[in-house]
Design a protein around this ligand. Sequence first.
Ligand SMILES: [Mn+2]
Length: 347
Amino acid sequence: MNNIKMSGLKISETAEELKSNCQIAVEIIKKAKRVTVTSHRNPDGDAIGSELGLYYYIKNFAEEVRIINHSHVPYNYEFLVGSEDIYLYDAARDDEYILNSDLIIVADVNDTYRLQSVGEPVRNSRAVKLLIDHHLAPKDFADHCIVDCEASSTGEIVWKMIREDVGAIISPEAAAPLYAAIMTDTGSFRYPRTDAELHAIVSDLIACGADPVSIYDNIFNRMPVRAMRLLGEAYTGMELFHGEQLCIMILKNEHFDRSKAERDDVEGFVETAMSMNGVKIAVLLAEKKNSDEIRISFRSKADYEVRDVAVSLNGGGHKQASGARVSGIAIEEVKNIVAEKFAGRLK
Ligand SMILES: [Mn+2]
């Protein structure tokens, strides 16, 4: 691959740069024989969907391609064809494969730390590393990047990359996960990045065989009863601050116990608070089982940033969707700290 111009860490600032970085990535992929694709722990729809979209594309060229993740596939993405081929990382089985890959694609995460257990073999591998992502402030570990911080989703970037390969066919099996990636990361086409260009992209994916009705139904109409009961607990105890523009929900161990819910069941809770009249920022605090750690999720409407507050608590993420974890502070105290941090920015 030495004849390909590598960019190193470079955010695509313009459409032209993005296009050229996509073209270089296509060249890199077409030369690779043994490819590893990976993403962050607790993968979401964009992570799994982007990985599978890449998987089907790369299968056209490489001798072997494996998706290897730290965490299992969430149950509501198991309907995606190919998700059963995703490897749950096992050092004894997978290290040799990762170390001897000639290309590693890291998708929807910009830091090898968030790959968790997969991070170490990825860092140790001499493979060419390609980063495809839309998060802010990427770490400098990749040989080539397609990083567009303005993109709605990594799935959107993967689609753009594949479409730079004239003649590439997107099969229904590949269209469905890419559609799922974009749909989930745009809040089902509600978030600010949802524009005419994005709808043109999903139009192409639907034409290629993605079925919007069944994809939505499989992903979102799957809430376990225990999760709905837990959401009820979160609403019952929620508090509103700063003229009812900030909503903070708290989930303690007792709430999880009472509803028999799991920690993963809180996925999507914080977004629902944003549908309340006047709420600009929503926060969910959840206690972790057998630990003093508290997981904090932040969401905000356009014009309100939450990432800086997440960063001030050693977390990170997007401007309007971010998270942090704090330890050793009682949950009620964390609530007061968070409420205080947003004072002044909400009138
Ligand atoms: Mn994403």
